[in-house]
Design a protein around this ligand. Structure first.
Ligand code: UDX
Ligand code: ADP
Length: 463
């Protein structure tokens, strides 16, 4: 029976997942560790508004479990030593150097974790891969553990996370399924059972499925690839709608009502973002290429190509519509996060659209309800090696949206935050330069209402 769990990595996955596991299993001590001292300090802050990540419902869960059986710490060795089960929940970004650059997952953080676990462990442990990993990573981890350890034995499990940011707590509390992959040996099956027991505290048994390690690892990549593919499919049709006069919202509704297709994940947008979709597809492409499966690789690569095209197309449309020049023109951005209800900006379309407009010397003025100014500045700087001076001249961050609109030529909606619908659009119209344009990259605004006020509105997939 597991009584002590450690999770390495206190990020968007590790934090919420462990908070819910601790909440539902009061008899298990759960310690979340991270190298990032500030992050741990924020998780421990008595002011729950200061938690390092924003997720609806998260602070309530942390409030109940923290200090009872949920702990956040920087003492990685101690937590590893005491735990019977260790979740690895560190980031696996796309490699930015060497072989597989721009495609393969960078496993350096995973390897470091494995080495540290091997060095510290004096008792047998179950290691759970939580981060999304390329197929057969478990083999690498097993190799490091067996060859550098102190002779204790390790069982590796793959338990991929399917939560989506912004709905993490709801997804964790009532998941569609829990997937656990493990070795087919008796020891492997025992390890699987101990993790099944933890989830059984709140997840119905028929929703917990067990597979081999490799099937589990590949299922995670595949699930994300399928979801992203739906978005690229609908986004490709959004361009066709604009060219033919069809309306993507109507098309999407009509298509989605076919129960074989379903209505979810066919909302046209300025392009998908987030830490998973692009990375996982690139990974799938890389694995396929490495195995000589060229057709499989290019099939999935097209999903990324379409997504990049959708971002560029959105920015180009703004430039074209504003009479082919945005130089010196103020453009207000509504939203910076990659989707609503999160402060995460990884791979957000907003970054790429802003980048293209700044290159054209536009003055971009950003408002997002949850993303901090340093994060926005970092995102733009990280993407492009433009001078600090140009970035600070052409990028402003406004804590008050109405300030962002003042004297602007256009508004671009990049994130679908609910509050944008309820703004005082008459007041906004008055404060803008004319003609006042709105580019709705999320199709969330009532275009007939805005047109009646006087706005010129262009939404994705509509004329
Ligand atoms: C995704 C998966 O959904 C989740 O199961 C996995 O564990 C991690 O990756 P996440 O990246 O947090 O989750 O968010 P998700 O809700 O999937 O959205 C991804 C992107 O697609 C966002 O930028 C979102 O705005 C966009 N999107 C989503 C669309 O453009 N259209 C849609 O119809 C749905
Ligand atoms: P995710 O969305 O996958 O949770 P994040 O970047 O939000 O990704 O979180 C990953 C966390 O893992 C970061 O806070 C990072 O500091 C932490 N981390 C990475 N490597 C290690 C390590 N070797 N030991 C402890 N923490 C680590």
């Amino acid at each position: 029976m597991i009584e002590n769990i450690c999770c390495i990595g206190a990020g968007y996955v590790g934090g919420p997942t462990m908070a819910v596991i601790a909440l539902k299993n009061p008899h298990i001590k759960v310690t979340v560790v991270d190298l990032n001292v500030q992050r741990i300090k924020d998780w421990n802050d008595s002011d729950l508004h200061k938690l390092p990540i924003y997720e609806p419902g998260l602070s309530e869960v942390v409030e109940k479990a923290r200090g009872r059986n949920l702990f956040f710490s920087t003492d990685v060795d101690k937590a590893i030593d005491e735990a019977q089960m260790i979740f690895i929940s560190v980031n696996t970004p796309t490699k930015t150097y060497g072989v597989g650059k721009g495609m393969a997952a960078d496993l350096k953080y995973i390897e470091l974790c494995a080495r540290q676990i091997a060095m510290v462990s004096q008792t047998n442990k179950i290691i759970v891969e939580k981060s999304t990993l390329p197929v057969r990573t478990a083999e690498t981890i097993q190799n490091i553990l067996d060859n550098t350890g102190n002779g204790v034995s390790f069982q590796i499990l793959s338990n991929p996370e399917f939560l989506a940011e912004g709905t993490a707590i709801a997804d964790l509390e009532s998941p569609d399924r829990i997937l656990i992959g493990g070795n087919e040996t008796p020891e492997g099956q025992m390890a699987i059972q101990s993790l099944v027991d933890i989830y059984s505290s709140w997840v119905p048994k028929d929703k917990i499925i067990t597979t081999s390690l490799w099937s589990s690892e590949l299922s995670k990549l595949t699930a994300n690839a399928f979801l992203a593919q739906r978005i690229s499919s609908i986004n490709s049709l959004s361009e066709l709608c604009e060219a033919t006069g069809a309306n993507i919202v109507e098309v999407s509704k009509a298509v989605g009502m076919d129960s074989r297709i379903g209505s979810k994940f066919i909302q046209a947008s300025v392009g998908f973002g987030g830490s998973c979709f692009q990375k996982d597809i690139l990974n799938l492409v890389y694995i396929s290429k490495s195995l000589g499966l060229e057709e499989v690789a290019s099939y999935w690569e097209q999903v990324i190509i379409m997504n990049n095209h959708q971002r560029t197309r959105f920015a180009t449309n703004i430039i074209k519509t504003l009479y082919n020049t945005v130089s010196g023109k103020k453009i207000a951005f509504l939203g910076w996060a990659f989707k609503k209800d999160t402060n995460d900006t990884r791979e957000s379309a907003a970054i790429y659209v802003a980048d293209q407009l700044i290159e054209e010397n536009a003055n971009v003025s950003v408002y997002d309800p949850r993303v901090s100014e340093p994060q926005i500045r970092y995102d733009v700087k990280y993407l492009n090696s433009r001078s600090e001076e140009k970035n600070s001249k052409h990028l402003k961050v406004e804590p008050d949206p109405y300030k962002a609109f003042e004297d602007s030529h256009a508004i671009a909606v990049l994130t679908e935050w609910d509050e944008f619908r309820d703004y005082d659009w008459e007041r906004i119209y008055k404060s803008m330069l004319k003609p006042a344009f709105v580019f709705d990259g999320r199709n969330i605004l009532d275009s007939s209402k805005l047109k009646a006020i006087g706005f010129k509105i262009k939404s994705i997939g509509k004329v």
